[in-house]
Design a protein around this ligand. Structure first.
Ligand code: SF4
Length: 414
């Protein structure tokens, strides 16, 4: 009988995808749905902050008590793998370039430490995303930016693009498996193509030509990466009417301290232009980064008020050892950062509500689940909607002309 493997995934969409790559390569094992029934537990870790490391360590202590073989993969394998391995807290290490060898590595009777390199990108084609109706496609790996607070380039390596033919082949396979919405992911997807003399805009056009592709969503893009090729596709019906543009801050001093490549002046112009084309706009924003005095925060907040944003991932800064920001003096107190976070989130919640109130196009929703009497899904603006229906619309596309806009969400009957 096959030994059973349980995957525990921490962190971002790229990690969710990487877990799927490992599952695709697991030929001589079966999957376990929980830790208790598993023989081996593979942790696909995240190391983005010191707290992410602590969460993974906490999980290791918990499952060690169950007496299972623990194998450590993901970004934390580079930053914390060696010490965990030496302390015998884990049985083996699988580095990023080794994940496609998981089948033979897990057969090892002896402990193993296969950290691999940070130059390659996987060749595996993911055929399915069990239980999901939106498919993730990883189009690139790594990042060449050097933002002062971020450890990612150190643990994922420099930016490199997936082969275009591989991406298109994968989309074709997934459309034949009934997927019609695609989410392009990667560490820094806007850098796609720089090493292959092409661009994200050109890739998107090619994906859109594949029969069965109805909507394409994108992960986070850097503002300076919206180039001519990308601008050409902004009116295409297959592109979701929502873009997530990572600003991280809106105060110029903070942007310099954070070693960002964007500036508020050009960000404002870009967002105003995209908003005039009807896009809902999301961003990442960090509050409480070292050096964020009251004046700098208030200036940044005033500028945020000016931007046509509709969604935000706002984080309180969390220290990451080994980064330039971690060594900066003038760290900000946790409670101050939390108050700032609330202020920013409340502002963007209001902006989102106002955006939904004035939107008048029919909503195109891919229904994702049925729970507590409601179907739910995301519309083209990345807003969730709850739908009452007597029909079985789970995993189907619906177009809603009539719906109610409430402060928390949109609601409809179908
Ligand atoms: S763009 Fe900056 S924040 Fe994003 S992964 Fe690269 S270094 Fe990190």
């Amino acid at each position: 009988m096959h030994k059973k493997v349980y995957f525990k995934t921490f962190g971002c969409r790229t990690n969710i995808y990487d877990t799927q790559v490992m599952i695709e390569n697991l030929k001589d094992f079966s999957l376990s749905e929980n830790e208790e029934d598993a023989d081996i537990i593979v942790i696909n870790s995240c190391t983005v902050t010191n707290s992410a490391d602590s969460r993974a360590r906490g999980y290791i202590s918990k499952v060690n008590k169950l007496g299972k073989k623990i194998v450590y993969a993901g970004c934390g394998a580079v930053s914390k793998g060696e010490s965990l391995y030496k302390d015998e807290k884990i049985f083996g290490i699988i580095g990023s370039s080794e994940k496609e060898n998981i089948n033979s590595l897990l057969k090892n009777k002896d402990r193993f430490y296969q950290i691999g390199d940070l130059n390659s990108i996987e060749r595996t084609i993911v055929h399915n995303f069990e239980g999901k109706n939106r498919a993730f496609i990883k189009i690139q790996e790594g990042c060449d930016f050097k933002c002062s607070y971020c450890i990612i380039p150190h643990v994922r390596g420099g930016a490199r693009s997936q082969d275009e033919m591989k991406i298109l082949e994968q989309v074709k396979i997934l459309t034949s498996n009934d997927f019609s919405e695609f989410i392009l992911t990667g560490t820094n997807i806007g850098s796609y193509g720089k090493d292959k003399n092409t661009s994200l805009g050109k890739l998107l056009k090619k994906i859109s030509l594949i029969k069965g592709v109805r909507r394409i969503r994108l992960g986070s893009i850097e503002p300076i990466q919206i180039d001519e090729d990308f601008s050409e596709i902004l009116d295409e019906p297959w592109l979701e009417k929502h873009l997530h543009i990572a600003l991280q801050h809106t105060n110029e001093d903070m942007l310099r301290l954070m070693r960002r490549r964007n500036s508020f002046k050009s960000d404002e112009k870009l967002l105003d232009n995209l908003s005039s084309k009807g896009f809902a706009l999301g961003t990442d924003f960090i509050v409480g980064h070292p050096g964020e005095t009251d004046e700098r925060f208030e200036d940044g907040f005033k500028k945020l008020e000016m931007l046509p944003l509709t969604h935000i991932h706002c984080f309180t800064y969390s220290k990451r050892d080994g980064t330039a920001s971690a060594a900066m003096s003038s760290q900000i107190k946790g409670d101050v950062a939390k108050q700032r976070l609330k202020k920013v989130v409340d502002l963007i919640d209001k902006k989102n509500y106002n955006f939904r109130k004035v939107t008048n196009s029919p909503l195109q929703v891919l229904v994702e689940e049925y729970k507590n009497g409601y179907f739910s899904g995301l519309d083209q603006y990345f807003n969730k909607i709850l739908i009452k229906s007597k029909k079985d619309i789970d995993k189907k596309w619906v177009v809603l002309n009539d719906y109610k806009v409430k402060e928390d969400l949109n609601y409809a009957e179908f």
